[in-house]
Design a binder for this molecule. Structure first.
Ligand code: HEC
Length: 199
């Protein structure tokens, strides 16, 4: 008798824990898309802390601007690998739009070797720099397009936290030349392939 009482209590607790867990999961899933960029953190005075884990986000493209093709002196003679946070990518896949809260990281790496068993070319050397762009209509309501731009430097060690750049330094060129909502989507085939219209 006593034993069955305790096993009922235990079963009851298990059910309650199960319900609590389920409602937690549902609450998480029920969050509307958008909102502040939860994948990055800011300091109290509005600096962006260097994001972590972005190398496991969705890799949307890579550009290389070597010295040889830029009169011997490229402004940024590196590879630029571009990553987008996974939730915003999922939203982009459904809507073809960059949601509020989108974070795009651009990681720079040097040109290392110029020949390899596969042939002559440009092969990645070492990681050298990191930049970010974030769309947030609340935090960056005064930035053109609500996009803010951050640079953690072009040489290691990178800065741990940085203020946003002036719109004239970054935002303007993106606004004038990027194909889609301040993002250079014209160079990111992974994005074009994911957009709903191309399916
Ligand atoms: C003269 C034009 C120009 C300026 C100024 C500029 N960018 Fe860009 N940016 C580009 C181009 C072109 C790309 C496409 C990929 C590449 O070339 O690296 C790009 C890509 C990016 C990306 C990847 C996402 C995207 O929008 O395509 C980030 C992040 C970025 N830039 C950050 C910055 C930051 C931070 C600054 C200011 C310090 C800056 N950019 C200034 C031209 C510019």
């Amino acid at each position: 008798m006593l034993r069955s009482f305790w096993s009922n209590v235990t079963a009851g607790i298990a059910v309650l824990v199960g319900i609590a867990g389920l409602s937690y999961v549902l609450a998480g899933a029920a969050q509307p898309p958008g909102g502040p960029a939860a994948v990055v953190e800011f300091t109290a005075d509005g600096k962006l802390k260097q994001p972590i884990g972005y190398r496991e986000w969705v890799y949307i493209g890579e550009v290389v601007t070597p010295n040889e093709l830029n009169g011997g002196e490229a402004t940024f003679p590196e590879f630029h690998a571009v990553y987008m946070d996974p939730e915003s990518f999922a939203h982009f896949k459904m809507t073809g739009k960059f949601r509020d809260g989108t974070v795009v990281m651009k990681e720079l790496s040097s040109v290392g070797s110029k020949e390899a068993p596969s042939g002559n070319g440009y092969f990645q050397g070492e990681l050298t720099g990191l930049e970010a762009s974030i769309k947030d209509s609340k935090r960056f309501k005064d930035e053109p397009g609500n996009w803010a731009y951050f640079s953690f430097g072009h040489k290691y060690p990178l800065k741990a936290e940085v203020s946003k750049n002036a719109a004239a330094a970054c935002n303007q060129c993106h606004q004038d030349n990027a194909k889609m909502d301040w993002v250079f989507s014209q160079y990111y085939p992974v994005l074009s392939a994911a957009a709903p219209r191309s399916k």
